[in-house]
Design a protein around this ligand. Sequence first.
Ligand SMILES: NC(=O)c1ccc[n+]([C@@H]2O[C@H](COP(=O)([O-])OP(=O)(O)OC[C@H]3O[C@@H](n4cnc5c(N)ncnc54)[C@H](OP(=O)(O)O)[C@@H]3O)[C@@H](O)[C@H]2O)c1
Length: 259
Amino acid sequence: MKALITGATSGIGQSFAAKLSKRGWSLILTGRNEKKLMEMQKSLGGNIEFIAADLAQKEDVYKVYDFCRGKDVDMLVNNAGYGLFGKFEDTDLEDEVNMINVNVTALHILTKLFLRDFKKRDHGTILNVASIAGFMSGPLMASYYASKNYVLKLSVAIYEELRRDHSNVKITVLCPGPVDTNFNNRAGVSFSVKPITADYAAEYALKKAFDGKLFAIPGLFVKLGSIAPRFVPQKLLSAIVYNIQQAKKTSDGKEKALK
Ligand SMILES: NC(=O)c1ccc[n+]([C@@H]2O[C@H](COP(=O)([O-])OP(=O)(O)OC[C@H]3O[C@@H](n4cnc5c(N)ncnc54)[C@H](OP(=O)(O)O)[C@@H]3O)[C@@H](O)[C@H]2O)c1
């Protein structure tokens, strides 16, 4: 079995790679950090290929797909992603467009191209990494939350199309709350609730994917968060999320990138 993992160089993606490699899977890893990809190829052992790519660039997204062509990939793990913190009027437009390119456009392109291949073979699994943010609006991280809404809604819709087709192709969407990745170091923020580990998030998601489940929502608190929008009016929920995000601000008051 073979998987393509985006954002494999760190955090949840690195855990996906370790867990699938342990299960004997062949892997195609991608990320921008070529040195890290090389190190992972050595340390994981087994059949590991990699391709360095910046998924904010559309041509790199197609480069990744072309690299995988004819290699009978069984699972696509669309994990690469990050976010930007700050008031919508203040966040850098170029940074934000790049983030949307990675979180939304790259995931969209890869999902469509691999889905078509998987449908032809009537076999394959897509594992999209969204977030609990996908269930709500996110003042102070507005575009990140919106991007994860896209991932979530796209995945749910595809699931229904596959179900109607009685397809053996599966799609799962991982919606974690805080996960202890490079998040704290790079963003200089602290979590308002205890984060789960990247290993736990990856293992949980893989189990759900292997079971053919649509949702992978790890943790009771996060599950409750995912159903809150059914009972709490959007404006009230948005006010609550604002306060949660505000509490994550760095002590020096800077607004930095979040995963
Ligand atoms: N940590 C959390 O609390 C949390 C919660 C919910 C959802 N998530 C989601 O989980 C996913 C993984 O994030 P993480 O928490 O594991 O963060 P992470 O440790 O920072 O990993 C992010 C990965 O995305 C890749 N990436 C970023 N920009 C890229 C670009 N332009 N082109 C290609 N790859 C790029 C990075 O690789 P390179 O640097 O090598 O490019 C890295 O491997 C993301 O989609 C994130 O939104 C995270």
